[in-house]
Design a protein. Structure first.
Length: 212
């Protein structure tokens, strides 16, 4: 979740470029009306969309890192099946809304030409939904795990000494955080030579016209 630029570009401060993806490429489209898509083709397109978000969305990796830490705490503290269900639903809602937010931003970019304040507001609303879901997931984790969270520092020391393999998820979370910085840096540098422009990375145009 992040506040997007108020033009047709997908990131803050990006110049408008109708029909361009945010990182120089877009996930493959589904088969057109004249091409009957099989179930396998549907799964292939869905997988391509997942890989595209994984490669281009830094915030998605941060959400996954937070979910990894949450699930690690639940694992160490011996959460019940009911508690696991609540935590999975809360974290899954955040990830799902981040995907929807990304799809909305792409649709707005394709439909908007030039700087439009209303386009920015649409993106802000979608990003706000992710923020609310993230806050709710945080509260859910605190309520479900509650006072047990105070045991985590001691468990960390015990596992580091006796069962270091239990620290594996922490390394995964660390990798997700570090790699998110690399993804964000690559997005700031813009698309590679020969790629489709990602809406430009120059200053956002100042357009005083209304939404019309």
């Amino acid at each position: 979740m992040r506040r997007r630029g108020h033009g047709s570009a997908g990131g803050t401060g990006e110049a408008a470029h109708p029909g361009a993806g945010r990182t120089g490429s877009r996930p493959p489209s589904r088969p057109g009306p004249g091409r009957a898509g099989s179930l396998a083709e549907s799964f292939r397109c869905a997988w391509a969309g997942f890989l595209w978000i994984w490669r281009t969305e830094a915030n998605m990796r941060l959400h996954l890192a937070a979910a990894t830490l949450l699930f690690t705490a639940a694992w160490w503290l011996g959460a019940t099946p009911e508690e696991w269900a609540l935590l999975l639903l809360a974290a899954g809602l955040v990830v799902l809304l981040e995907w929807i937010n990304t799809a909305i931003e792409g649709a707005v970019d394709l439909a908007t030409e030039g700087f439009r304040p209303l386009a920015g507001r649409v993106k802000d609303v979608a990003a706000g939904a992710v923020l609310v879901a993230a806050l709710l997931a945080t509260v859910t984790g605190l309520v479900v795990l509650g006072a047990e969270l105070r045991r985590l520092p001691g468990l960390l020391l015990v596992h580091a000494r006796d069962q270091p393999w239990r620290l594996g998820p922490l390394l995964v979370a660390l990798y997700l955080v570090i790699s998110s910085r690399a993804v964000r840096q690559a997005a700031r540098q813009g698309p590679a030579s020969g790629d489709e422009p990602a809406g430009g990375r120059g200053p956002r145009p100042r357009n005083e016209e209304g939404e019309g």
